[in-house]
Write a protein that binds this ligand. Structure first.
Ligand SMILES: Nc1ncnc2c1ncn2[C@@H]1O[C@H](COP(=O)(O)OP(=O)(O)O)[C@@H](O)[C@H]1O
Ligand SMILES: [Mg+2]
Length: 247
């Protein structure tokens, strides 16, 4: 049986590109350089799902919850309409916050796990607790890169694999925001691309010497025969929309 599909609510993207939506339970990377509207788009997807009754959780590490809310207001989205259905977990003080939690939990347990591992354990416990309490269906992590820095993975591939599996078992659909790796980045920077179920790539494309156009491309979506073409991405009056790019 086919999995239920999660709509992104980006006009033209669900129907024409994803053939319906993101298969529920997928771990999807939203990848792009700074300023390509990764955070905006991820919040937008969770926002519209929350409005339709599917709760979400937005984990922010790169900016504070207040900073994110200000940006969202600037986009014309009313976060107050979904404050119950789409809470923001502010880990912008990521390491400190998790360390405080480790200290609290640590005083109750005997074992001293290596730091990264202990941080990962409290983060998972926190997300799991919210999953039980709020029954959220969509999760955004902004960003995966920032989280990785906090968690200090030793074996990047194995730990990324383990975390993605944990997300799938949690039964949520995940959007992981991810910076564009530098051109000279080692191939290990691409491991999550193999491990993710989907990749949505955002870009600013020069169209003349001075003008840029936003572009979106669904590079990968497991179990979907997606349209991998480049599309222009428009954001107007609080709505994202895609149109076929004219090369
Ligand atoms: N009201 C708006 N309409 C269209 N674009 C906007 C609006 N407000 C901000 N932006 C764009 O959003 C960009 C930042 O989006 P953001 O989601 O934070 O990007 P990223 O997470 O990829 O760094 C800004 O560079 C700006 O171009
Ligand atoms: Mg961002």
């Amino acid at each position: 049986m086919a999995r239920p599909l999660v709509k992104t609510h980006i006009r033209g993207f669900d129907e024409d590109v994803l053939r319906g939506g993101i298969p529920q339970g997928h771990v999807v990377l939203v990848r792009g350089a700074s300023g390509t509207m990764k955070s905006s788009l991820a919040y937008y997807v969770l926002y519209h799902n929350a409005l339709e009754g599917a709760p979400g959780l937005y984990v922010t590490l790169e900016q504070t919850a207040a900073g994110l809310l200000e940006h969202i207001a600037g986009l014309g989205l009313k976060a107050t309409a979904v404050s119950e259905a789409l809470p923001i977990l502010d880990l912008s003080r990521g390491r400190e916050y998790l360390e405080e939690m480790v200290a609290k939990v640590g005083s109750m347990t005997e074992t001293a796990a290596p730091r990264g591992e202990a941080l990962l354990a409290v983060l998972k416990a926190k997300i799991f607790e919210l999953r039980m309490r709020r029954n959220f269906r969509l999760l955004a992590i902004d960003s995966w890169d920032a989280l990785e820095l906090v968690l200090e993975f030793d074996d990047r591939r194995a730990e990324t694999f383990g975390f993605f599996e944990w997300l799938r078992d949690l039964g949520v659909t995940s959007l992981l925001i991810s910076e564009e790796p530098a051109l000279e980045a080692p191939p290990t920077a691409l491991e999550e691309e193999f491990l993710a179920d989907g990749i949505i790539h955002l870009r600013l494309e020069p169209v003349t010497e001075t003008a840029f156009q936003r572009r979106v491309q669904c590079v990968k979506m497991r179990s979907v025969n997606q349209d991998s073409d480049d599309h222009t991405l428009l954001f107007e009056n609080g709505r994202f929309e895609v149109a076929r790019a004219i090369g």
